[in-house]
Design a protein around this ligand. Structure first.
Ligand code: BGC
Length: 737
């Protein structure tokens, strides 16, 4: 009768009748998927499991069109822009046999065109609603640019600042990490990732990628199952519970088994325990890399290992495509395994509404980018993400109506570093440099001078004199030092945490002028700035603050915004202390100054430079009067913990009240502190408020020796304060149910 086979026609009719709108019921989707699946050839099925990379500039590769026409390519990455994605989609929808739409993915990590602070910065806000809002803007921009899928949020816990990718996540803490994972998934996906302003999210990199030995990217990890479950899993679990549609399997090996061939993490935990029903994409060529890991002799082995373990879609390498059919014949892959992977991918494509709405409205794209509201939000979030690390003698805020300011340093007039490593489609020309932000802020009476001083990298000190002269001639010097965008992110591990190049000497030269010196850090990881912390009166950690970074910095420097962010990661004194994180175990010999044979260093204090959760404000706060709702609770009970927080200074400001617990005696060693609650509150001068937290089973337990989650009876300490080192405390007891 026609070019359609009968069953195919039936499937198409079913599609038309059911519609694939977002209101389509799950059962209908399952039926439609199964019906479509029954029409597919093996090659078409393997095609759905393949993702290929476009060109660096966002264009597609012409040869991919032919693959799509033949039904051999289900997804691309990096292809973007409504016109281009439509052009590709048209081939799928009009020239391929089954008309299965292509899924366009891209790394929209902290913004698409409007760039927000790097995720580590956003986590410093201790305000997950900020991440939800920035992800929502990113989703709206990306969707209008033809994208339907972001490889974000990156939810890897990172305890090693040498690892460049620490900048992409929420820092070292699983509780904070889980809160941000949840918020970002909600921001990208909303209630329905098929909505016109939403995109599908991808929690990555599953798993323990941040545990890379030596902080060297892609390196092996070897860690206990407890550590996996208690430290590295929680943000992923939070993402899954928030409905994340996809996960990405990581490059690293986990306890001898590469994450992209790890049936324990991919199937036992993800599918059997967590009931995840989306799909897993490999990381870039991580399937083929199983050969380098030494668990596959060739690509055939690699394909079998990855697909059987639970990686559904292969990014860039083509092992599934090339060897799937042979592996099936050899019975090293089953039809059921292939079908299940295809089913998972199609299910998501239906949920996205792609069959119904495969194209993007090209007219809307230009109006959706860099909207005024998005830019305002970028400025607000950047301001809420910057951490005041030191402020002696009220050096800050500066007066915008008088005097002269020397703006110094290689990052003072830089518009690339603030965008960070994964900057989506963000552009330098839309970015406000610190110098521009300062100039826009001050009134005509204030003189702003600028001297670069030196480069971020390199050995020249030729610019020092000019910078020193400028500082001498000014009332105050603000020095912008840190890292270039290429020094953070993927494949940007560092073996030192020092300021690169001659920047430290530049700071020292400026400080030596005797002028009040403020250091503003522009960077993507904790830096070892012990000298600066000891000698310079004011330090602002601005991270890489995105499109509006310069304006946000100026807002803080001149007091229009009162900083309230806190460090989501410990700042060590030196790289030699790494890994250093606040939620460590106690050891049998905790450090004691007077006792040599305790756990410490002979050449450095054991304490960090700045602890987790640390950050100052232009006002002061007092946290007091810790109260518990009961002295003891049953293991499945709830405890309300509250404190009074009071603004004791003269400005309105924000405090992040943090709650930590310690299980004092348990069947396994427990961390000395674990964050289990935080609230960022805004208080007027003199205002006092009681802040409440509820502790329950999910906060009090741990994974025991039998790998069961248990809340053990016994005494707990609860600690509340403004950072992980300054806490008031009380005790309570957990009794058997
Ligand atoms: C990174 C991922 C990223 C992917 C696609 C890989 O190299 O590890 O985080 O999503 O590339 O760009």
């Amino acid at each position: 009768m026609s070019r359609f086979s009968r069953p195919l026609l039936l499937a198409l009719v079913l599609l038309a009748v059911l519609g694939t709108s977002n209101s389509q019921r799950p059962r209908d989707i399952e039926q439609t998927v199964n019906s479509l699946l029954s029409q597919m050839t093996l090659e078409e099925k393997l095609g759905q499991l393949q993702q290929l990379d476009g060109e660096g500039n966002g264009n597609f590769r012409p040869e991919h069109l032919d693959l799509i026409r033949k039904g051999l390519l289900g997804s691309t990455l990096n292809v973007r822009g409504a016109r281009r994605t439509n052009e590709v989609q048209r081939v799928a929808m009009t020239e391929s046999r089954l008309k299965i739409p292509v899924l366009f993915g891209f790394d929209v990590i902290h913004g698409y065109r409007t760039i927000f602070p790097i995720p580590l910065g956003e986590a410093s806000s201790f305000d997950p609603s900020m991440a939800e809002r920035s992800a929502a803007v990113a989703a709206q921009e990306a969707n209008n640019a033809g994208l339907r899928w972001t490889f974000a949020p990156m939810v890897d816990i990172a305890r090693d600042p040498r690892w460049g990718r620490i900048s992409e996540g929420a820092g070292e803490d699983p509780f904070l990490g889980a809160a941000f994972a949840r918020a970002r998934v909600r921001g990208f996906q909303g209630d329905n990732y098929g909505a016109p302003d939403k995109i599908l999210a991808c929690a990555k990199h599953w798993v323990a990628y941040g545990n890379a030995e030596g902080g060297r990217d892609y390196n092996t990890t070897d860690l206990s199952e407890n550590t996996l479950r208690e430290i590295y899993f929680p943000p992923f679990k939070a993402a899954v519970d928030a409905g994340v549609g996809t996960l990405m399997s990581s490059f690293n090996a986990v306890n001898g088994v590469p994450a992209s061939a790890n049936a324990f993490t991919l199937t036992k935990v993800l599918r059997d325990e967590w009931k995840f029903d989306g799909f897993v994409v490999s990381d870039y060529t991580s399937v083929k890399e199983l050969i380098n890991h030494g668990v596959a002799a060739n690509e055939e082995d690699a394909a079998a290992a990855a697909l059987n373990a639970g990686v559904d879609m292969e990014m860039v390498s083509r092992s599934y495509n090339t060897f799937g059919s042979k592996l099936l014949q050899q019975k090293r892959l089953s039809q059921a395994t292939i079908d299940e992977a295809v089913r998972r991918i199609l299910r998501i494509k239906f949920r996205l509404g792609l069959f119904d709405h495969p194209y993007t409205d090209e007219a809307r794209e230009p109006f959706s980018l860099l909207r005024t509201n998005s830019i305002h939000l970028a400025r607000e979030i950047a301001g809420r993400s910057m951490v005041l690390l030191k402020n002696e003698r009220e050096t800050l805020p500066l007066n915008k109506n008088a005097g002269s300011i020397a703006v110094i340093g290689p990052l003072a007039d830089d518009r690339r570093a603030p965008l960070g490593w994964w900057a989506g489609d963000g552009k330098d020309e839309n970015t406000v440099s610190p110098l521009a932000g300062i100039k826009a802020k001050v009134s005509g009476q204030t003189k702003v001078g600028y001297a670069r001083g030196c480069e971020v990298k390199g050995d020249s000190t030729a610019g020092f004199q000019e910078a020193v002269n400028l500082a001498r001639a000014s009332d105050v010097a603000v020095v912008f030092v840190g890292e270039l965008h290429e020094m953070v992110g993927e494949a940007a591990s560092r073996s030192t945490l020092d300021l690169p190049g001659r920047q430290m000497e530049l700071v020292q030269a400026i400080q030596a002028t005797g002028k009040p010196t403020i250091v503003v850090l522009v960077n993507g990881r904790p830096l070892s700035i012990e000298w600066i912390a000891g000698n310079v009166p004011a330090i602002l950690e601005s991270w890489m603050g995105g499109t509006e970074s310069g304006n946000a910095i100026a807002d803080i420097l001149f007091g229009d915004v009162n900083p309230g962010a806190k460090l989501p990661v410990t700042f060590p004194r030196s790289v030699g202390q790494v890994p250093m994180y606040y939620n460590h175990m106690n050891t049998g010999r905790p450090p004691e100054a007077e006792n040599r044979y305790t756990s410490k260093y002979i050449d450095s204090p054991w304490t960090p430079l700045f602890p987790f959760g640390y950050g100052l404000s232009y006002t002061t706060f007092k946290i007091s009067n810790l109260q518990l709702s009961a002295p003891r609770i049953p293991a499945n009970g709830k405890l309300t913990v509250s404190v009074e927080v009071e603004n004791t200074g003269k400005r309105t400001g924000d405090e992040v009240v943090q709650l930590y617990i310690r299980d004092l005696v348990a069947s396994m060693t427990r961390p000395v502190k674990e964050l289990k609650g935080f609230q960022r509150v805004t208080l007027q001068p003199g205002e006092k408020r009681r802040v409440e937290f509820v502790l329950a089973q999910e906060h009090l337990g741990f994974w025991n020796r039998e790998m069961r989650y248990v809340v053990e009876p016994g005494e707990f300490r609860v600690m509340v304060g403004a950072n992980s080192a300054e806490l008031i405390e009380a005790k309570f007891e957990v009794i058997p149910n």
